[in-house]
Each structure stands twice: as C-alpha cells, then as structure tokens.
Design a protein around this ligand. Structure first.
Ligand code: GLV
Ligand code: MN
Ligand code: MN
Length: 301
C-alpha cells in the first residue's frame, strides 16, 4: 500500500486501510482464509486493488484489506461509514467462467446465507461396558440431523454441516454432547426462510440476498461491455457493504481447476489477473470521475 502511495492505517477490528486523499471510492477484499484454503480467495482482491491504486496516482481512493470475512463478514461493516462506492475483485470460486471461456465476469447479486449451531445432549459412558440400548449417544442424534440438513436443501438452496464438536471426543467414551455447525444459502429471502424452517434451527448470523447496484455496477458494465453476468453463491465483504446501502459491485476472475475453492487447488492465471487489474483501474477511475462531476462546482477539488 505504501509503494502505491497510500496512507496506511488500521482500525481496532484489525482492518487495514490505504487511503489517498478523501477516498470516497474503495476497493479491496479480505486476507483471512478457511483452514487449508487456497491462495486467491480474498487475497486476490486486495492485491488487485493495490495494483490499481498504484496506477491511479492522481485519483483519491481507498484500498482495504478486511479482517475476518470467512467467519461471517465482520470487518466490512466498518467501511460502510466511509465510501460512496465499493468495488471488490474476487476469484469466482466456481466453474462458470471457465466453462464459458471468459476471463472475467460481473456479479449482479449475492445469495443470502445464514449460519448457526445446533447442540445435542447425551450421556457420557464407557464404550466397553455400556450396552447399546442403555446409551444416550449425542453423536447418533447429531448424525441423523446431518442427514436431515442435507435432505432439506431443495429448490436452488444449499445446506451444509461443515464442523462437529464432539465432547469429550475420546475413542472409548460414548459422546456426551455434540455441536453441529449449519450453513444455509439461497438466492431469495423466501427460499432462505423455507430452508431454515425445514431444517428447524435458530440462525445466529444472517445476510439476506442482495443485488449489486449503482455507479460501480454501471462502471464495470461500461468497461467490460458484453461480459458475462453472474450471481454469487459465496458470501463476500461486498454483500455487507451493499446491505448497508453502499453502491457496490464485484468483478469475478475466472477460477481454473473446475472452480476449486476453499481448497489448495484454487487457481487463477496471471493473464486473467492482469486483465482484472486493467478493468478495476478503469472502473475506479470512472466511478471517481463521475462522482466528482456530480458534485456542485464549489465542492470539487
Ligand atoms: C465465504 O467464503 C463464504 O462462505 O461464502
Ligand atoms: Mn472470499
Ligand atoms: Mn472464502
């Protein structure tokens, strides 16, 4: 960020900001990853934004590296107070652009998602002495629930159990307590609600489906006419900003390896990334130029 001529700061949430001047137009993404994740999910959007900022030395803008996106975007809430516009570049994390033979795509919306946990209580007992019929095995109930979650996912919705906590978690003890994570996604708010009801759990975090809009989306369409338009099934910092009322857009970079993501096989090519830098640079310049020209004359720098 310093090499790109940005003034660097950090907030108490751990977000890293690079600013030039008033910085009403922002780009960036997150730096955290899932366990054993790839190198592109998040970091790509930070690097591309810094590159674009380095080319736009005469433009006031900001670059952000968000904290803690994967845990249900938290860091991104803070930026909503600053920008008039946000553009996030991200690896697609799916196979669509690779199948279309297109390097870049414009995101028009992001699916809704909720997360939560469900806990099953049983009774700890000795694995070698407690008859099967005498057990209250929390993991058996949790296992039935995992299958129920999978069977509930219908009509374009998705539901996933990705983590189990088994207590006490020993080979020779009947499980006493199991906590199951639940991740539910759907392209519509109605679909999301139906899935939550079918699964029967209480989400602790939610983000409704949201559309991309305003000058950032128009700028991407102007810079990349005819580009494929996609809806993102993955969540992004962009959805938090869009939900907070910030005009927000996203540019997807083609995923290789069949769209592998949240895995070490995640990959985008250097050529596609270079193209994304070109497009983001033009789009940010356009958004800022249009923003300035819409200001009353006495407010322009
Ligand atoms: C972010 O990676 C998500 O889980 O959608
Ligand atoms: Mn991401
Ligand atoms: Mn991710």
């Amino acid at each position: 960020m310093q090499e790109a001529g940005l003034e660097v700061s950090r907030d108490e949430a751990g977000n890293l900001f690079g600013r030039r001047g008033a910085a009403c137009v922002w780009s960036g993404s997150h730096l955290d990853t899932v366990p054993n994740g790839g190198r592109f999910d998040g970091a790509l959007g930070v690097v591309v934004a810094i590159e674009a900022a380095g080319r736009l030395r005469d433009t006031e803008l900001g670059v952000v590296a968000f904290r803690a996106e994967e845990t249900g975007p938290m860091g991104s809430r803070r930026l909503a107070e600053l920008p008039d516009a946000f553009v996030e570049v991200h690896i697609e994390q799916g196979p669509v652009l690779e199948l279309l033979g297109e390097p870049l795509g414009i995101v028009t919306g992001i699916a809704g998602q909720v997360r939560g946990t469900v806990t099953f209580e049983g009774r700890a007992a000795h694995a070698g002495t407690t008859p099967i019929d005498e057990r209250a095995d929390a993991l058996i109930e949790a296992a039935k629930f995992v299958l129920h979650v999978r069977e509930s996912a219908r009509d374009g919705g998705l539901a996933t159990v990705g983590a189990l906590e088994v207590v006490p978690g020993a080979t020779n003890v009947v499980p006493e307590r199991v906590t199951v994570s639940v991740d539910v996604r759907a392209p519509t708010a109605d679909g999301l609600e139906k899935l939550i009801e079918a699964i029967g759990f209480e989400p602790t975090w939610r983000q409704d489906p949201i559309g991309m809009s305003g000058p950032p989306l128009e700028a991407l369409r102007a810079v990349l006419p005819g580009a494929p338009e996609l809806v993102s099934g993955a969540g992004h910092d962009a959805m938090v900003l869009a939900a907070a009322g910030v005009p927000t857009a996203m540019l997807f970079v083609r995923s290789l390896n069949g769209g592998a993501s949240h895995s070490p096989n995640e990959l985008s090519s250097a050529e596609d990334i270079a193209l994304a830098v070109d497009v983001l640079t033009e789009a940010l310049a356009l958004v800022e130029a249009n923003r300035l020209s819409a200001l009353p004359e006495h407010e322009r720098p």
